[in-house]
Design a protein around this ligand. Structure first.
Ligand SMILES: [Zn+2]
Length: 489
């Protein structure tokens, strides 16, 4: 029997705000001593009054819009109860039955093969604190509570169970992260915990309509872990079904080192959380005009930008996808094109940005914005290349030097003698010298062997260390050859 996996993902993303969700504590606690970015509100003291962070609502709305969701004109915060030492209030302030955004989708793949993954909801909540596990010299294990993270604005993005493979799950999270970064809603850095993922995985026989028992895999902290954990879980569930044991609905953890999921506890149901409306916060209203304002302020999204690059600059879909992978590289590329002012084709700029320049930047693990080759300098280089002032080999050498030092490519070319010689009076003597040294080639040409011209151009290039213009060299060679032919006895 063949089986089909059914996968839905819950992604948590920290919003890029300066202060926390319901208090004025700073979110810039990375590297700080534990419990130095806290106040009575985020430390869960009784009797305090939370206030909603306006910026967090704006960023969450951006995400909803970017994921093609409907934005609720009125949403609400609820208390989600569960006891855990990193949750000082004993409940998390979250959104339950009236979330901020509903019914959206993410599109995977490009024009060739597109897949749409539905988004059930996007809601706001607050992050929890963290537990630090320590062991004493005598070997006793104990835990410390750090509340610096408690109350950081968090978004939960819940997908429909539309995902059908581990690879697709990885693509979905990668795409989500790209969108979040484009609209500057979240850093999306999984290694820092700014983006976390839980996966709901079940399998069913192909053709069966109802879902199999669902297993939730918690806290997947890299795109690679997402793919590996789901891959493993699909295999495990199929084996459990085939052996007749069946699959138990439960929560499992991912052991990255061992490469296995491990049972943790029975799955909670919504009713376990005793949700009720947060009495300390008024309903959250989003007027039509405010929604429109946020919509107008939304950055161009990756898909739209990719399609525009194809249409406007004549790029291949693959080039356009590579250049729009991050907003920074897309901005960089468009700055180069703007600097060129049509003095060289946009296609040429695309080849040089995603080829040689990406090569250097990736080698050194640099952001393109940190490279010393500014769009202006790259445009200068490309213009010289396109105008035939330098050849491609020389241009690469110039790029490396400009990348290293930030110096003008023209300056580098002049200093290193890389400028192409296309001046007939300068190349003429070289051409004549080459002909004199190669009487056999000249004789072959006279017998009608046209291909020796290529060999002779090669000799001219060698003589000029590659700086001769090939076109000028060819013209001069043909002139000399036909001249000497005419003058022959
Ligand atoms: Zn606080």
């Amino acid at each position: 029997m063949s089986y089909e996996p059914v996968i839905g993902l819950e992604v948590h993303a920290q919003l890029q705000t300066r202060s926390k969700m319901f208090c004025r504590c700073s979110t810039q606690y990375a590297g700080a001593e534990p419990n130095t970015h806290i106040c009575p509100i985020c430390a869960g003291f009784p009797g305090v009054l939370p206030v909603v962070n306006r910026r967090a609502v704006e960023l969450a709305t951006r995400v909803g819009l970017a994921l093609n969701c409907e934005i609720s004109p009125s949403s609400r915060f609820d208390r989600k109860h569960y006891p855990y030492p990193d949750l000082p209030k004993g409940y998390q302030t979250s959104q339950y039955d009236l979330p901020l955004a509903l019914r959206g989708h993410v599109t995977l793949g490009d024009n060739g093969q597109q897949r749409r993954i539905g988004i059930v909801r996007v809601h706001m909540e607050e992050d929890t604190g963290r537990l630090l596990h320590r062991s004493s010299p005598s070997g006793e294990v104990y835990s410390l509570v750090d509340l610096n993270r408690s109350g950081v604005p968090l978004l939960e993005i819940v997908s429909e169970p539309d995902i059908r493979s581990a690879v697709e799950a990885r693509e979905y999270v990668t795409k989500l992260r790209q969108v979040l970064r484009y609209i500057e809603a979240s850093t999306g850095n999984m290694e820092e915990g700014a983006l976390r993922c839980d996966a709901n995985v079940s399998v069913r026989p192909v053709g069966q309509a109802e879902y199999g028992a669902k297993v939730e895999i918690k806290n997947l902290n890299s795109t690679r872990a997402i793919e590996r954990a789901i891959e493993y879980e699909i295999r495990r569930q199929i084996e459990a079904l085939e052996s007749g044991d069946g699959v138990r609905q439960e929560t499992r953890g991912w052991d990255d080192a061992a490469g296995v999921t491990l049972g943790q506890r029975g799955k909670e149901y919504a009713s376990d959380y005793r949700y009720f409306p947060e009495p300390d916060l008024p309903p959250l209203t989003m007027s039509e005009s405010r929604r429109g304002e946020i919509h107008r302020g939304l950055a161009e999204l990756p898909d739209a930008r990719r399609e525009r690059f194809v249409a406007l600059y004549g790029l291949t879909p693959q080039d356009a996808a590579d250049l729009t992978l991050t907003r920074e590289t897309a901005d960089y590329y468009e700055a180069v094109v703007a600097e060129l002012r049509e003095a060289a084709p946009a296609r040429l700029a695309a080849n040089w940005v995603r080829g040689p320049l990406f090569g250097l930047v990736n080698r050194d693990n640099l952001a393109i914005t940190d490279a010393r080759v500014s769009p202006k300098l790259l445009a200068e280089l490309l213009r010289m290349l396109h105008d035939g002032e330098v050849n491609a080999t020389a241009a690469r050498e110039m790029l490396e030097e400009t990348y290293r030092t930030g110096r003008s490519p023209r300056e580098v070319a002049v200093e290193r003698g890389l400028m192409q010689v296309s001046d007939a009076s300068a190349l003429g003597p070289v051409v004549r010298a080459v002909l004199e040294r190669n009487p056999k080639a000249v004789a072959d040409f006279r017998k009608g062997k046209q291909q020796v011209v290529g060999f002779l151009i090669g000799q001219v290039m060698r003589e000029t260390k590659g700086t001769a213009s090939q076109d000028t060299a060819r013209t001069l060679l043909l002139e000399e050859l036909s001249g000497s032919q005419a003058g022959a006895p």
